[in-house]
Write a protein that binds this ligand. Structure first.
Ligand code: ZN
Length: 284
């Protein structure tokens, strides 16, 4: 297959039956603007359809995996070939913005979580808020020992990111601590909590990821698909999807509340609060 060229990501095939999508915006700590999210979605679709591919890796250039949503992005969804049936992204009231988040945040995450092939996130450095949406929907997580995971959006008056699976990923108590304090979870702690499969030295992240990918790629795709679907169904039977849907509604209560109070989707003091938390956490 001829490789498409993208602006925010790269796609290559670093091992037999393995496709790798790499976030290639390190100068912005791989902040996700809308163009990047659509490119990721397109590349994951292509890899899913490619009969030569059995395992899909998501990796990132640079020091940090992803600093989350690019809050400076002003692109309109009408500029993109939207993929989900929500529509009317410019509708007044909460309706339009809710449709936007249903498409590019919750909708994309749920599609990626249900891709028919095993997926691996290969993670280093900071993973902040929306950055988690490029980790949690994926099947296996290999982390460098410098990886740190946080969702500090309570500081913006919200309940958490749009893909609300925290209690399933880290357990209920840790989920509350993570959300209440905005503090990050280290790679080692994430592994103890079951959120991460393996922790390796930063220099070994790529080789460890490809070793895992190749081990999986040696299996028949039919077995892999069915195993993945079975584990996903177990999570769904534990209420995962209903939790996500309910929390997404509450998330839009937060946006609506913030619009009424501050005339913007988030509490404007959020960024200052997060900076103060970071100062307090820094060793003196
Ligand atoms: Zn939101």
């Amino acid at each position: 297959m001829t490789e498409k060229t993208y602006e925010r990501i790269r796609v290559d095939h670093p091992a037999e039956a393995v496709a790798r999508v790499t976030l290639a915006r390190p100068e912005a700590a791989n902040a996700q603007d809308r163009a990047m999210l659509y490119e990721i979605n397109d590349a994951l679709d292509q890899a899913s359809r490619d009969p030569e591919v059995k395992v899909i890796v998501l990796a990132a250039d640079g020091v940090h995996y992803s600093s989350g949503h690019d809050l400076r992005d002003r692109a309109k969804l009408s500029e993109f070939d939207t993929v989900l049936p929500f529509g009317d992204f410019d509708a007044p009231g909460q309706e339009g913005y809710m449709s936007q988040e249903q498409e590019i945040y919750l909708g994309f995450c749920w599609r990626w979580r249900n891709l028919p092939k095993p997926t691996i996130a290969s993670v280093q450095g900071k993973v902040i808020a929306g950055g988690l949406m490029l980790v949690w929907p994926f099947d296996i997580v290999i982390a460098a020992d410098d990886a740190q995971f946080s969702d500090p959006v309570v500081a913006f008056g919200a309940n958490g990111i749009e893909y609300f699976v925290h209690p399933y990923e880290v357990g209920a108590r840790k989920a509350k601590q993570m959300l209440f304090t905005g503090e990050s979870i280290s790679a080692a702690e994430a592994q103890r909590l079951g959120m991460v499969n393996e922790v390796v030295a930063r220099a070994e992240l790529e080789s460890a990821t490809l070793a895992m990918a190749s081990k999986i790629a040696a299996q028949p795709l039919m077995g892999l698909k069915l195993a993945k679907q079975s584990v996903n169904m177990a999570m769904d039977n534990m209420g995962l999807w209903n939790t996500i849907q309910a929390a997404f509604g509450i998330h839009h209560l937060s946006h609506s509340h913030n619009v009424q109070r501050f005339a913007m989707m988030v509490d404007p003091e959020g960024a200052d609060r997060i900076r103060a938390q970071a100062r307090a956490a820094r060793p003196s």
